[in-house]
Write a protein that binds this ligand. Structure first.
Ligand SMILES: [Mg+2]
Length: 247
């Protein structure tokens, strides 16, 4: 996805936006690493399952389907992820899970929760500077307790005017958020790594967007980035620190 294939996508706006913009930041895989820990846990799970007939790729595809269903019923977060692993295990082994196997699967999930929250390169300094000029809000989805705990551990909480943990980040959610915080769409930008949850729904809600691609974005977040409407801006930046040139 380059500027060549999407001519309407801008790499550069000539001048920095004036002070007083509202910047909405995604959290996972935008401010700090997240998905790589899930990928490691899933790899360990597939290796533990060691299925006799299904290949690792087939197990992974099945898990994706199970996760999709679990999230629809129970939302995002580690509790849902645990449900998905257990359900996937039971479905592929055709047997109820034993207490010992359940405990083992729980450990794959716990391995994710145990990670330090490490801001991605340039995030801490960039955010600190942006917060001196603009109103910064954190807009994430998932389990509110888990997401707020990660923010507290990240050391970044002081830069945010407000924190919203939503069940889903769709266009209606962005419209509601813009109304709640009286955001002027002409001066409001959603910044994140996910086309599906950050970029496309924010554009659909009439906001501007900044796409910060992450090499290891979750498969359930994959979607083609749609073009902005007339008057809307869509920036694609290689690094978080590049935000300083634009805001
Ligand atoms: Mg994200």
């Amino acid at each position: 996805m380059t500027a060549d294939s999407a001519p309407e996508r801008q790499q550069h706006i000539q001048t920095r936006q004036p002070r007083g913009q509202t910047l909405l930041f995604d959290a996972d895989d935008t401010l700090w690493e997240n998905n790589i820990y899930f990928e490691r846990a899933i790899a360990a799970f597939i290796s533990y399952l060691d299925h006799r007939t299904h290949t690792p790729e087939e197990v992974r595809a099945h898990l994706n389907r199970v996760e999709h269903a679990t999230i629809a019923a129970h939302g995002y977060g580690l509790k849902s992820f645990r449900r998905s692993l257990v359900a996937c295990f039971e479905q592929l082994t055709d047997a109820p899970i034993t207490a010992e196997k359940h405990a083992r699967i729980l450990r794959f999930v716990e391995s994710i929760a145990e990670h330090e929250i490490e801001p991605l390169a340039g995030v801490a300094a960039t955010l600190a500077e942006l917060a001196t000029r603009h109103r910064c809000l954190l807009v994430t989805k998932g389990d509110p307790e888990e997401q707020r705990d990660k923010l507290a551990r990240s050391g970044l909480a002081a830069h945010f005017f407000a924190v919203e943990v939503l069940p889903e980040k769709n266009a209606a959610a962005y419209r509601a958020l813009a109304a709640q915080y009286t955001c002027d769409p002409a001066r409001t930008w959603m910044i994140g790594n996910s086309p599906k949850s950050d970029i496309n729904p924010a554009l659909a809600a009439g906001l501007h967007a900044v796409f910060l691609p992450h090499d290891f974005t979750w498969v359930l977040e994959e979607e083609a980035v749609r073009g902005p409407a007339t008057g809307q801006h869509l920036l694609e930046l290689a690094a978080f620190a590049d935000l300083i040139r634009h805001f």
